[in-house]
Design a protein around this ligand. Structure first.
Ligand code: FPP
Length: 263
């Protein structure tokens, strides 16, 4: 019986995957992993149980994105605002981060995935920071996909840091304020060198951006799913890509103009 269910699941997953047009994949997908706490509480478990079960979803999402040929996957793992949670939850999250990174590095190596991080990493506990930096170093040469962890990240913090850096450069005479343009700003962000995410996925039914990649998401398609993060699987990821491919991305133009441009 279990074998039959598995075969049906595999067949429907393959069917979903077959609906994806590999020539129109987003280069960069960003994910707000939300709903761990509610998932745990709905089962009468402590919130941390939800975070632990979220690791399987991290694994599945990374695998699905790599197999499809997505170039960048960014996961919002810890926001600057998350420091305001009870100390026991913050400590558990930092510990889980270390454990997960240690567990993931061999898989990242095997699958040729490079790890990067964005956010104010200096405020992370020393042990978490060092584990993260070591994993970034070890995987630096991989080039199939880049997995970016947003840690102690806040888009407003990032924007202020960029403004500060540009202002300093102007004061020191390295740039003329009149020459500041979009690329000056893009290059001053922690995502320098990465394409902007074309698709943002948020789980748990919330429909907010929550201080995540505010500049970079300017033209992203937003996909909200009611699924809580610990239940998020490859099929949900494929659904999000199919939803993305069903959208018409006009970038301010009209439908008619886009159809003409295609010819
Ligand atoms: C949001 O759910 C989730 C987080 C703040 C943490 C995400 C962390 C993981 C999935 C574990 C490890 C991941 C990596 C990449 C190392 P929530 O707690 O805000 O849920 P709620 O809205 O239901 O309270």
């Amino acid at each position: 019986m279990a074998e039959t269910t598995k075969k049906t699941d595999d067949a429907s997953l393959a069917e979903l995957k077959a609906r994806i047009d590999h020539n129109r994949l987003p280069k960069h997908v960003a994910v707000i992993m939300d709903g761990n706490g509610r998932w745990a509480q709905s089962q009468g478990q402590p919130r941390v149980y939800g975070h632990r079960n979220g690791v399987k979803a991290v694994d599945q999402t990374t695998e699905a994105a790599t197999e499809l040929g997505i170039e960048y996957l960014t996961l919002y793992a810890f926001s600057t605002e998350n420091w305001g949670r009870p100390k026991s939850e913050v400590d558990a999250l930092m510990e889980l981060l270390v454990e997960t990174i240690k567990l993931e590095v061999p898989k990242l190596q095997k699958n040729n995935i490079r790890l990067q991080a964005i956010g104010n990493l200096l405020r992370l506990p020393k042990h978490s920071r060092e584990t993260l930096q070591q994993a970034i170093k070890e995987t630096a040469g991989n080039d199939r996909m880049t997995l970016v962890l947003a840690l102690n990240y806040s888009a407003k913090w990032e924007i202020i840091e960029a403004v500060r850096a540009i202002a300093n450069n102007a004061r020191e005479g390295h740039i003329d304020p009149a020459q500041i343009d979009e690329s000056t700003f893009t290059d001053a962000l922690s995502t320098k060198g990465m394409p902007d995410p074309e698709l943002l996925i948020r789980t748990s039914g919330e429909a907010r951006i929550s201080n995540f990649l505010l500049w970079q998401l300017a033209y992203a398609e937003l996909h909200f799913t009611p699924t809580f993060w610990p239940d998020f699987r490859k099929a949900h990821f494929y659904q999000a890509i199919i939803d993305f491919q069903d959208r018409e991305r006009r970038f301010g133009k009209t439908s008619e103009q886009l159809q003409k441009d295609d010819k």
